[in-house]
Ligand binder design. Sequence first.
Ligand code: HMG
Ligand code: MG
Length: 300
Amino acid sequence: GMPERVRIYEVGVRDGLQNEENIVPVDVKAEFVRRLEAAGVETIETTSFVSPTWVPQLADAAELLTALGESARGRNRPVLVPNEKGLDRALEAGVGAIAIFGSATEAFAAKNLNATVDGQFDMFGPVAKRAKDEGLWVRAYVSMCFGDPWEGDVAPDQVVSVARRLMDLGCDELSIGDTIGVGTAGQVESVLDGLVEAGISLDTIAVHFHDTYGQALPNTLTALRKGVTIVDSSAGGLGGCPYAKSATGNLATEDLLWALHGLGIETGIDLPAMVGTSMWMSEQLGKPPASAVVKALGAP
Ligand code: HMG
Ligand code: MG
């Protein structure tokens, strides 16, 4: 069956904006977060404390948290942190939650982290340990779970092994990323079965689908039917990864809401307010929203 309630983990401010070439002013980012909050979004990934050379768009991470004030410091406002330098900056900014982000493949570990699959744990190990000691909530992403632009198909075992090692660092939640949006429903089932066999509880697993091949929603519904209750999505379908060619936006929050509310599943989020937020953001960025639902409901 389907869950009664789904927790939506909004990634538009981080995954959505990280790929935008033109630097979005920090006030606009803060307003974006406030509008999401007003629409009822509980969990918002706000920014990344990564190298500003690697992701210039998010170089203003500390300023954004300052602009947002106390509300940006809770356990429902995670920020990406790759290494101890990033953790120092995040702690200095007073965050209450972080996300580390591993790769299932060698090619993407090299491109995204300048590391190997094994070597990435040298970064994440100390970060996770210190974060837990400081009382932070910690999420672990695994990227390239269903396919990789350089390596092609990715074996579920490879994903499960990286996921298990990340969860063994004491992480609270695992997010399974289809970074380039190529996965299909059967693969989603195989990976989830593998994770459960490896002892990772379904109520700690989130799914993170990019929508390149239009499979994000069917894949999400497949995951929900398997017992997943946490779904990553981005307002208006913003998103992409600058270090993964062919990555497009995430599953749009509005498309997800349309499907979930249609099934009578609670999210706590107001769809018209979300559509308004994405229309506003699309004006700020000067490009039309990717979301089919925003296009349908937001049309003048
Ligand atoms: P590196 O170049 O090997 O790093 O990059 P380094 O340790 O050699 O440091 C190089 C310079 O960067 C040094 O400065 C460091 O101080 C500085 P210099 O001495 O040259 O002046 N530096 C930093 N500055 C600020 N904050 C930091 C930081 N770290 C180093 N945290 C590194 C290694 C991991 C830093 C780099 O590869 C990096 O930042 N990668 C992040 C890339 C990224 O953000 N990608 C997008 C997010 S992942 C994603 O989108 C996928 C996801 O959505 C899930 C999915 O879809 O699958 C999560
Ligand atoms: Mg992503």
